[in-house]
Design a protein around this ligand. Structure first.
Ligand code: GTP
Length: 603
């Protein structure tokens, strides 16, 4: 029976350990991709420009391979599901793991286990996956596959007999990996005769077809013409195509059967309506319950977005751009806000800082929208004196007078680094209100440090600091860990005595004054000189905690153009105008985007 010969798996790896290279090799070996295509386009699975530039995988895709086991001559269907590797995309990783039975755990044999490796293993184990360890890059002179394997046995408890030593780059160990998949990844369960239950593990927007949902059929089957509904919202659609990824998208005339992985399109207009984690079933003979694990997307980081073009058009155009944007990225949320200092804009919710950067860049590239983003912040839970509880995502909305308690989101952070950097890392976390949970020695010279700390301390510049302090040898990962009450206050920043709402931030009382001072100092360095004196203040309530000022130009810039050489005068004015680009006029003061960025840097 066909179902018995299907193997669904994914590849888990820390950034740069060789996931894409291995995927390419598997596709090439099973002839799923023609050699010439592969030669022209290395690294097939990451298909967005931006991803390639940043060297990260954001959106998961899938590939179906036909594989004949050379030992028995038996034919198998191998479905590879690509997973996003970054911490920002944790929920998407976990959904794609729910769609498979096995995982190749790729570890660079010259680097060993990294923080993401452990986070990935946790997820794989939670999903009950069979894990096949792949020690990659054995061609490198510094590779120590035996030692790294021992580490994996000690730290993760994997079964060493399943491990494969490989070089994705040179094509070593690829056949062995394919055989391991056939032998150890279980075939999918489920019943073809049961009502349809299909898990949406990814969806994306296609300009020609609308939303394409990537599905794993868990029970039943689905074909073109079926009337289906999404179980989270009961919206109904008629399937207009189903098909496979070869890895190109190929439509099929038959049904996608139980255990199969493929795509489905049904004239869904927005990816939010075919959300990752949702279950599809047929309208007739519906499944009685949805597959477990559907979670409505909840942004964890918020920031305000303002068009740099502050005419009425700028705002209207941005609204149109954001609406279009969310057709293809439902994890971005936005609602209009008005800031007395910055004008009309939107309060946006993101999956994390990386997501925020990507949104800003895509708005610029794909929609030509130059936007300014305020400093990001986490979502606070506030209990009022009257006993109500609500979530607040904009620091300016926190009214200290009516508040009994502010709670902040906490996170568990996992850091792996050479022991030589232990002191530098301890120094880093000390200033971040952290508590140590555990310290482990991984092998002769590497340590694993586990901490609990407020999420707000991580979304600032924590990751880049971990890298800087370990000269790039450290890695980190984190997961959310509930809410906790804390003594938090709002720090306001005022320019020329009026408060700039986009600059307000929430801080622990013990750090508020020093961070307020540091920020005022940084703004002093960043804000250009004006024709008048610029006064910067940091305040907690009515109390001024820091005060800086920027002296005006001593003379008019054009004053030194004695004699009135007009071309020189024009040159100077032009230079001034160019310097104003990407500035936002706040009251009478021009602020560069950098000023907003600097708010989150805490060191
Ligand atoms: P992300 O997509 O950023 O998560 O990275 P990845 O895990 O997909 O890694 P990728 O396949 O892009 O490989 C990272 C780098 O390692 C590339 O420069 C590859 O050429 C190189 N690489 C991959 N496999 C091997 C290998 O077996 N040996 C050697 N020497 N280099 C390899």
């Amino acid at each position: 029976e066909q179902q018995q010969r299907i193997r669904n798996f994914c590849i888990l790896a820390h950034v740069d350990h060789g996931k894409s290279t291995l995927a390419d090799r598997l596709l090439q070996t099973t002839k799923a991709v023609r050699e010439d295509v592969l030669a022209r386009q290395a690294q097939f699975l990451d298909d967005m420009d931006l991803e390639r530039e940043r060297g990260i995988t954001i959106k998961l895709r899938s590939a179906r391979m036909n594989y004949t086991d050379p030992r028995t001559g038996e034919a198998f269907i191998l479905n590879l599901i690509d997973t996003p590797g970054h911490v920002d995309f944790g929920y998407e990783v976990s959904r794609s793991l729910a769609a498979v039975e096995g995982a190749l755990l790729v570890v660079d044999a010259s680097q060993g286990i990294q923080a993401q490796t452990l986070a990935n293993v946790d997820l794989a184990l939670k999903n009950g996956l069979e894990i096949i360890p792949v020690l990659n890059k054995i061609d490198l002179p510094g590779a120590q596959p035996e030692k790294v394997l021992q580490q994996m046995v000690d730290v993760i408890g994997i079964d060493p007999t399943l491990a494969v030593f490989a070089s994705a780059k040179q094509g070593v160990g690829i056949d062995e990996i394919l055989n391991r998949i056939v032998d150890f990844v279980p075939p999918p369960g489920g019943a073809e005769t049961a009502p349809l239950q299909a898990l949406v593990f990814d969806s994306y927007y296609d300009v020609y077809r609308g939303v394409i949902a990537l599905i794993r059929v868990v029970n039943g089957k689905v074909r073109k013409g079926d009337r289906i509904k999404m179980m989270s919202n009961n919206k109904e659609y008629v399937v207009d195509a189903v098909g496979l990824f070869t890895p190109a998208q190929v439509e099929i005339s038959g049904a996608l059967g139980t255990g199969e992985v493929g795509f489905l399109s049904a004239n869904v207009k927005s990816v939010g309506d075919a959300a990752v984690g949702d279950t599809m079933t047929t309208v007739n003979n519906s499944a009685s319950c949805a597959l477990p694990g559907y979670r409505k997307n909840k942004p964890v980081v918020f920031a305000s977005m303002f068009p740099c073009d502050s005419s009425g058009d700028g705002f209207a155009n941005l609204q149109v751009a954001l609406s279009k944007f969310t057709l293809s990225d439902s994890s971005l949320t936005f609602e209009p806000i008005f800031s007395s200092a910055l004008g009309n804009g939107f309060r946006c919710g993101f999956n994390g800082l990386l997501h925020m950067d990507i949104v800003q860049e895509r708005l610029d590239r794909e929609f030509g929208m130059d936007v300014l983003l305020s400093a990001p912040n986490v979502v606070y839970r506030v209990r009022t004196r009257s006993g109500d509880e609500h979530m607040i995502s904009n620091p300016s909305d926190i009214d200290p007078a009516g508040i009994a308690e502010i709670q902040e989101p906490m996170a568990k952070v996992d850091i792996i680094a050479p022991q030589a950097y232990q002191g530098a890392l301890e120094d880093l976390v000390r200033n971040r209100r952290s508590t140590m949970i555990d310290l482990q020695f991984l092998d002769g010279n590497r340590i694993r440090m586990l901490y609990r700390m407020p999420l707000s301390e991580i979304i600032s510049d924590f990751h880049s600091n971990v890298l800087a302090r370990t000269k790039g040898y450290g890695s980190m990962d984190f997961c959310m860990d509930g809410y906790e009450a804390s003594e938090l206050v709002r720090v306001d920043i005022a320019l020329q005595s009026s408060i700039i709402d986009g600059f307000a931030f929430i801080e622990h009382v013990d750090f508020a004054a020093s961070r307020g001072r540091a920020l005022a100092q940084r703004l002093k360095d960043i804000i250009p000189r004006h024709m008048f004196k610029v006064a910067i203040q940091a305040k907690i309530g009515a109390k001024v905690i820091a005060s800086e000022s920027i002296a005006p130009f001593r003379k008019d810039v054009t004053a030194k153009c004695y004699g009135g050489d007009i071309t020189r005068k024009q040159k100077l004015l032009k230079k001034q105008a160019a310097g104003k680009k990407r500035m936002k006029l706040v009251g009478t003061v021009s602020l560069p985007q950098e000023a907003f960025r600097k708010i989150i840097a805490s060191d």
